[in-house]
Write a protein that binds this ligand. Structure first.
Ligand SMILES: [Zn+2]
Length: 256
């Protein structure tokens, strides 16, 4: 979601606490409001949650002062589909060998090291776009059955694209990862700042390198079916401060 705050007086800075996360706001001169992106994880129980805002007033002559404000938001129960169709993947993904187990653990360590990063500077600006112009083949939060076993919820959005389809950056950012991992296959992660990352999985070809800055709409890779994929498709994910959020919800948001 997008939080938009119109404070009663001029502020130097604005931050908030939301579901245990530190949220930093940036001032949008066009609307004269402070804005911040935030999210709710799949594990969050329905209920009332408070956004606790702390603003620092502009110091003209006097010492700057802190003002606080609290607002409650209701988190309602979400409904997610359960896919009964039996999907089949190579057995190495459900019963890995010791060597494959080692690759899985290396991948887990890389994800632990990189995917929880919070870069303070905001790089994203304006609308997030879909990474491919294609039909959605699986939504966020669905439960799928792999080789008869129910897997953890689907933490991304799948686009039905053949191999070799250009994949576009969802917004401006820096390439955090561009390398192959066991489950993800060829994997690109963009850091958009303020703890917001977008992830692109099962790619056939990289078009960017780690550390490179990219613009929204720039082609960062070609789609494929590498890693744990039942066939060529693009899996796009969004992480906000260490939790997966629904990419479709982010794309739908009207951002200034
Ligand atoms: Zn997927």
């Amino acid at each position: 979601m997008l939080f938009e705050v119109r404070p009663p007086q001029r502020l130097e800075s604005l931050s908030a606490s939301w579901l245990g996360h530190e949220v930093s706001f940036s001032y949008n001169a066009a609307t004269k409001t402070w804005i911040a992106l935030a999210g709710v994880s799949l594990e969050t129980a329905p209920g009332n949650y408070s956004l606790e805002l702390t603003g620092e007033t502009k110091a003209e002559k006097a010492v700057s002062q802190k003002i606080t404000f609290m607002r409650n938001f209701v988190v309602a129960r979400g409904k997610y589909p359960r896919i009964q169709a039996k999907l089949s993947v190579e057995s190495k993904f459900t019963e890995p060998s010791p060597e494959q187990q080692k690759q899985i653990e290396e991948g887990q360590q890389i994800k632990k090291d990189y995917l929880n990063r919070v870069t303070p500077t905001r790089e994203w600006a304006g609308q997030f776009i879909a990474p491919a112009d294609a039909a959605i083949s699986d939504v966020f939060g669905s439960e799928r059955i792999f080789n008869g076993k129910t897997s953890s919820p689907h933490l991304g959005l799948d686009f039905r694209v053949p191999s070799g389809t250009p994949v576009e950056a969802m917004n401006d950012g820096t390439v955090l990862l561009a390398r192959p991992l066991f489950f993800e296959g060829n994997f690109v992660v963009l850091d958009h700042g303020q703890g917001l990352l977008t992830l692109y999985l099962h790619l056939s070809e990289f078009k960017v390198k780690e550390g490179e800055q990219v613009k929204r709409g720039q082609i960062i890779a070609l789609s494929g079916g590498t890693g744990r994929a039942t066939g060529p498709h693009l899996h796009a994910g969004v992480r906000w401060q260490g939790t997966y959020i629904d990419p479709a919800a982010l794309i739908r948001l009207r951002l200034p």
